[in-house]
Design a protein around this ligand. Structure first.
Ligand code: IPE
Ligand code: IPE
Ligand code: MG
Length: 253
């Protein structure tokens, strides 16, 4: 089933002896509370949260992850006040623009998952540019989930398949658990091995419903703006202790 690589032993290596997940996904939560605790506007928490995202991308590169997915804006987040939504849109556009050089030099491939039709054009343009510019990079994939909903992703996939059938290019029996993921937003990413939710809430909030079917979950109380490489390491340590049986009695080879 893969998803696991044993790190070589080395006294100074914090990863020594750990199973490193191939794909880690993060529900970046707690920005608003971080700001409220300091008497600051919620947006200040999002600005600080952006720095945490940067730290985690750097750590993910150092740890040798193949893929890092981050949940930046859910379809449900449109229900927030307009000024917060607009602030988040601007922040995501600025962040993506400013990070391009480092993403390029670190050989990171950018993917964006989500419906995206409702996003401001300027943001969609920056995202499209990032995807095109980094398409050939192979060191790590950074999958940014924006205007994303797990149920919507499954519905969109089902719709696309229905269109294929209607056009005579596919038969209903062609669809199975092997072929269906090919219709999802990021068809070439392996399923996340580890899903981390900081911020204290213990729920999925419509995140990677199909892909996370057999993920290991780690919930941390730390608020996202305070999240750093040590928290990622702590989650990987926790992950590393777990036995992933996938329904069998032992771990697959
Ligand atoms: C960030 O945390 C997640 C986003 C939707 C951008 P929140 O804004 O949900 O922070 P809390 O949960 O209110 O603290
Ligand atoms: C989940 O966080 C969405 C993102 C992190 C982008 P929310 O703060 O929106 O989730 P709920 O509302 O607590 O479920
Ligand atoms: Mg929240």
């Amino acid at each position: 089933m893969g998803g696991i690589s044993e790190h070589t032993h080395n006294a100074e290596d914090p990863l020594a002896g750990l199973h490193i997940p191939r794909h880690v996904a993060v529900i970046m939560d707690g920005n608003g509370r971080w700001a409220e605790e300091r008497g600051l506007p919620r947006l200040a928490g999002h600005v600080e949260g952006r720095k945490a995202t940067r730290r985690v991308v750097e750590a993910a590169l150092d740890f040798g992850l193949q893929a890092l997915s981050v949940y930046a804006f859910s379809m449900e987040n449109w229900r927030r006040p307009l000024d917060e939504v607009e602030g988040l849109m601007e922040l995501m556009q600025t962040a993506m623009t400013e990070e391009m050089d480092d993403l390029r030099s670190n050989k990171v491939r950018v993917l964006v998952s989500g419906r995206r039709a409702e996003l401001p054009k300027a943001l969609n343009d920056v995202l499209e540019f990032a995807i095109q510019e980094t398409a050939q990079n192979t060191r790590m994939t950074f999958n940014l989930l924006i205007d994303y909903g797990g149920r919507a992703e499954i519905v969109d996939a089902a719709r696309r398949f229905a269109e294929e059938v209607q056009a005579g290019r596919a038969q209903p029996a062609d669809l199975d658990e092997e072929s269906f993921p090919g219709l999802l937003y990021a068809p070439d990413l392996p399923d996340p091995d580890l899903i981390i939710r900081p911020g204290g809430e213990k729920r999925i909030s419509n995140f990677l419903l199909w892909e996370g079917a057999y993920a290991e979950y780690v919930f941390l109380d730390v608020l996202w703006p305070d999240f750093d490489r040590e928290h990622l390491l702590e989650a990987i340590r926790d992950y590393s202790k777990r036995q992933r049986r996938f329904g069998a009695l032992t771990e697959p080879e």
